[in-house]
Design a protein around this ligand. Structure first.
Ligand code: SF4
Ligand code: SF4
Length: 398
């Protein structure tokens, strides 16, 4: 019986491991944003908007730099500020130039500027929409500004009418964490999958921790969400818990925080500058090159830039600092951007949220081990609480 179970899980594990390391290019058409969320450090009202020739240069640069699968994510600021003209130029161009590798697209937007015309265009390219609300209207507006929730929901309606899939990221801050039950119930009642984003310190802020969750708070929150997810396997989806279980199960991080992102993720700013990730956009010290450079920078050129070398050293830091941690292959030291925030850009340690990661990986792994190897050790309460357990969740993963 046990062998049968393990074989079944192993087959599933192989299936999940197949989707490793596509190239991820984040295109940031502008850092401008019509909203003014209190904890956001990534908008800049004076930011230019990307020109069409920069999109041409992105395509030419990438065709030389990479020949594997690629995902383009439009990010901001608020990318819809670039307008219909920009997207109706960029999408066919990129889809056509990367047709052999079947480029995929995604967008992260607050949806305020969504129009039926834009939604139709995004539907034609099967673009999943990531948007953001922080729970019910009063909690969302208290963090993101009055009227935010209503405007985002208007964009949501337009998107759904055109058949787009919309998922919301929910940012938990040091203030909203006190309302976690209410927030989770809101997502469950509306049938929205929940993707948790912890408010994190930023190098762009003078008060980097004002809204950020402490590592202990983040660990507590993940542990709480694991309980909720296991209790309501068929009623709601908490995407972070799915991703974490997938990582434990496959031994390979399936979202960037737990994967080896450096060298596979790049972000292009509005002027064509290339950065390691959207979180660095607008920081001159982290420009690795430009899509307008002649000759165009190769992947090796970018990783040999000063910024590239700092980020690339994360691997060594992880191998040294996380040596002996049983989660090293599923976690890979967390996010390299988070790692350099406390040291003002120097790579001296791993992600300070290690404590939270270790706690949730421990909980998932211990529960899975108990289910597989000592099912009788599960207390009656535990068996009642999670009828299907981690294995049941893993079998539901898509
Ligand atoms: S730096 Fe952090 S946020 Fe950016 S891709 Fe890497 S893990 Fe993700
Ligand atoms: S949990 Fe902590 S020690 Fe373990 S791999 Fe992740 S960052 Fe490193």
């Amino acid at each position: 019986m046990l062998i049968h179970q393990e074989q079944r899980l192993q087959t599933f594990s192989n299936f999940l491991t197949m989707s490793k390391n596509p190239f991820h290019v984040m295109i940031v058409p502008t850092l401008g944003c019509p909203s003014n969320c209190a904890y956001c450090w990534s908008s800049d009202e004076h930011s230019p908007v990307m020109k069409k020739e920069t999109i041409d240069a992105v395509a030419t640069w990438l065709q030389d730099a990479w020949d594997g699968p690629v995902t383009f994510t439009f990010h901001g600021g608020e990318p819809l500020l670039a307008g219909y003209d920009f997207f109706s130029y960029a999408l066919p161009l990129l889809a056509e130039r990367f047709s052999e590798v079947q480029a995929e697209f995604a967008i992260q937007t607050n949806l305020w500027l969504m129009t039926p015309e834009l939604a139709e265009l995004f539907a034609a390219y099967h673009i999943p929409i990531g948007s953001s609300i922080d729970g019910p209207e009063d909690i969302t507006d208290s963090q993101r500004g009055r009227g935010y929730f209503e405007r985002t929901m208007q964009g949501y309606q337009i998107s759904r009418e055109k058949g787009l899939s919309v998922r919301f990221i929910c940012t938990f801050t040091s203030r909203s964490i006190a309302h976690k039950e209410e927030i989770v119930s809101f997502f469950a009642e509306h049938g929205f999958p929940l993707k948790l984003h912890p408010a994190l310190p930023s190098m762009k802020s003078d008060t980097p921790s004002e809204w950020a969750l402490e590592p202990t708070e983040y660990g507590d929150l993940l542990s709480y969400l694991l309980d909720v997810q296991l209790l309501h396997l068929d009623e709601m989806t908490i995407m972070n818990i799915h991703d974490l279980c997938r990582s434990v199960f496959t031994g390979y991080g399936s979202v960037c925080t737990y994967a080896d992102c450096m060298g596979y993720t790049f972000a292009i700013g509005p002027d064509g500058s290339i950065y390691p990730c959207y979180r660095f956009i607008g920081m001159p010290a982290f420009v690795m090159g430009s899509v307008h450079d002649v000759p165009k920078p190769t992947r090796e050129d970018l990783m040999n830039s000063a910024a590239g070398r700092v980020l690339d050293s994360f691997r060594e830091v992880v191998d040294r600092s996380c040596q002996g941690c049983r989660h090293i292959s599923s976690c890979r030291g967390g996010c390299p951007y988070n790692a350099i925030v406390p040291t003002d850009g120097k790579m001296e340690g791993v992600d300070p949220y290690c404590e939270a990661y270790k706690r949730i990986f421990d909980e998932i792994r211990d529960r899975l081990d108990t289910e597989l190897y000592a099912p009788k050790k599960r207390s009656k309460r535990e068996q009642r609480k999670s009828v299907d357990g981690i294995q049941g969740l893993v079998q539901r993963l898509q």
